[in-house]
Each structure stands twice: as C-alpha cells, then as structure tokens.
Design a protein around this ligand. Structure first.
Ligand SMILES: Cc1cc2nc3c(=O)[nH]c(=O)nc-3n(C[C@H](O)[C@H](O)[C@H](O)COP(=O)(O)O)c2cc1C
Length: 221
C-alpha cells in the first residue's frame, strides 16, 4: 500500500522512515519528491536544506522589508462618515472575482476609513496615475482626511472619486474578515470605469520597497 509519506504528502517530520533494509534509498527518494514539489529546497548529496537567500524570522520589520519587494499599484479608497468624506491611501487592493465582480483591500483595525466603510456600507476606489504622488502621500497622512486641493467627482454611492485617477470602482461591502492586525474588506462592484476622456495615460503610480515610482520600461517576454 502506498502511504501519504511515500507520496511526499505527509508532514516533513514524519517523512523519514524509521526502519527497513532500503531505508537510505527510501529517504533519498522522499527527499527528491519533496524537493520536486518545492516543499523544501534539499541538497540531494548532503541532505541539508539550502535557502536561496538569507532567511529571516517573520518579525514586523522583516515582513515590511520583504513584502515591500512585491510591487503594487496605489489606490485611494474613500467613503463617508457623519456626512464627511473619509479617504486613505491603500495598496492592499486587489481584484478577487469577475463573476460575481468582487474586490478586496485590507485596513488596520483602528483605521478611520474602516469605521466609515462599516457605517456607510459603500466605498469608492480611485486607481492612482503616475502623476498622483501628492494624493498618495496626502491620503496616507495621519489624522482626519483633508480633501482640500484634490479635485473630486461624486460617485453614485456618494463617495468621492479623485479626478485624474486612471480607473475607479464603486462597491457595496459584501463581507469582512479578520486578518491579524488588519481587517479584510470584500466589496461587490456596482460600477467601474477608466479615464473619463479615454486619452492615453502616463501609466500607474506604483509602490516598491517603500517608494513611489512609475513604470518606465516594458519587461522582456
Ligand atoms: C503607498 C501606501 C499604501 C498604503 N496601504 C495601506 C493599506 O493597504 N492598508 C492600510 O491600512 N494602510 C495603508 N497605508 C497607510 C494608510 O494610508 C495610513 O495609515 C492612513 O493614515 C490611514 O488613514 P485612516 O486611519 O484615516 O484610515 C498605506 C500607505 C501608503 C503610503
């Protein structure tokens, strides 16, 4: 009978058989299969683990540093609280599903925007263009959101959309999940669009290793 261990699916700690005449063969066979599955990066000759780079314990600074290597676009998510517009810079935005149309973003537990999104039940997402660095920084500043100096359009859900955004979505809150020190908000998209006038844009504003940037080259394929 083929066990899960032999198929390379058992826990790594249990993957080494304890007895049997062909023990060495079985151990190296299991290692090879685990390495093939990408579960551990094994050196086939010595059986030691190799890490492709220095491995750090998952402390907040390391999480920030390493996850900062994952380049993202930048959005400003907006909603309303007590008749006032509220907004924050958000790069955890991503699309989730096309049918039904769903998106998500993550917010710190103590976020004012989170309180607004919960109270209002709707929000808008402005996808920032390369020239909107001041908005990205302005809506990341602590304290009440200042919309002064940012030209906005009022969306159908009542939340503002930043003029100059290269794309926008309006959403109803569909779900909210616990995510450590953040909350994961899922939105059902009710309307969306790109640049109002349909002209060529300068591309997106991006965030990489703690810095705002713009795309300047296409990657080789
Ligand atoms: C590029 C960038 C991306 C950010 N993305 C997020 C995010 O995804 N979630 C979050 O909670 N805060 C994020 N922040 C931080 C918030 O914008 C910042 O804490 C803001 O003051 C939150 O406002 P609020 O407390 O009024 O909601 C980001 C900041 C920057 C500069």
């Amino acid at each position: 009978m083929t066990t899960d261990q032999e198929r390379g699916r058992g826990p790594v700690a249990d993957a080494t058989p304890h007895e049997g005449p062909d023990q060495d063969f079985r151990r190296s066979d299991i290692r090879r299969r685990l390495a093939h599955l990408g579960i551990v990066d094994m050196d086939m000759d010595t059986g030691t683990k190799r890490f492709p780079a220095q491995a750090l314990p998952p402390e907040p600074s390391a999480m920030r540093q390493v996850c900062g290597h994952f380049a993202t676009g930048i959005t400003v998510v907006t909603s309303q609280l007590d008749g006032q517009w509220v907004g924050a810079t958000v790069n955890s935005f991503t699309s989730v599903s096309l049918e039904p149309p769903l998106v998500l973003f993550c917010l710190r537990h103590d976020s004012r925007l989170l309180a607004a999104v919960r109270a209002c039940g709707t929000f808008a997402v402005s996808i920032l263009g390369a020239g909107q660095g001041p908005a990205a920084m302005g809506f990341a500043a602590p304290g009440p959101t200042g919309f002064d100096g940012f030209d906005c359009l009022s969306g159908s859900c009542g939340a503002p959309i930043l003029r100059g955004a290269i794309g926008f979505l309006e959403c109803k809150v569909a779900d909210e999940y616990h995510g450590g020190d953040h909350r994961i908000v899922i939105g059902a998209v009710t309307s969306l669009g790109t640049l109002e006038d349909g002209t060529e844009d300068d591309g997106p504003l991006t965030f990489y290793r703690g810095r705002l940037a713009r795309l300047d080259k296409e990657a080789d394929r």
